[in-house]
Write a protein that binds this ligand. Structure first.
Ligand code: URA
Length: 187
């Protein structure tokens, strides 16, 4: 395991997959390095690539609104992605790209030691929780692994495309809030 500064330095200079050729910035992650709650998205979009910060485009605005409903914000949770560089035209990150990048996320989780991890969307849920994870059926459910509570909700981009999913996403947020209370996580 690497310390924060080595990890960030190595990640920012990474050329382990082809995404390094088209990126403007590596999007490493944002938030307190000792956060109890961590959100994991899929990969940077256009704005994130340009600014080097996760979830700053339209989906990010919605994520901020979602977080604020349950007293969460960038100040009290850590936000990162499965892949740190933008897949061209926002396509899903390839398995090979995820494989190349996942070590950075694992190292981030090991350093942060969050008590709660919430995956945003299918790609993150399948990578972090279960390769067979079905977001439509299993969103809002919880599993505990090595003392870390894990759940998934819809990706904010999906909620922008399909507003009919928003009530279910809202109940997922309430369940995150409840889990925070139940286990006494710091926010
Ligand atoms: N979508 C993601 O999954 N991550 C981001 O950082 C932005 C959009």
């Amino acid at each position: 395991m690497r310390n924060w500064s080595d990890l960030e330095h190595i990640c920012i200079n990474c050329s382990k997959c082809g995404l390094c050729q088209t990126r403007h910035n590596v999007v490493f992650g944002v938030g307190p390095k000792d956060a109890d709650v961590m959100f994991i998205g899929e990969g940077p979009g256009e704005q994130e690539d340009l600014q080097g910060i996760p979830f700053v485009g339209p989906a990010g605005k919605l994520l901020d609104d979602m977080l604020s409903i349950v007293d969460l914000s960038r100040e009290n949770c850590y936000i990162a992605n499965i892949v740190k560089c933008r897949p061209p035209k926002n396509r899903d990150p390839l398995e090979t790209e995820q494989d190349a990048c996942i070590g950075y996320l694992r190292n981030q989780v090991a350093l942060i030691q969050p008590k709660i991890i919430v995956c945003l969307g299918r790609i993150a849920a399948q990578r972090v929780i279960d390769p067979e994870f079905r977001i439509t059926r299993q969103h809002g459910s919880w599993v505990e692994r090595n003392g870390v509570w894990m759940s998934a909700t819809f990706h904010p981009s999906a909620l922008l495309r399909d507003v009919s999913k928003r009530p279910e996403a809202f109940s997922d947020l309430l369940s995150i809030r409840e889990k925070i209370r139940e286990i006494g996580a710091r926010i």
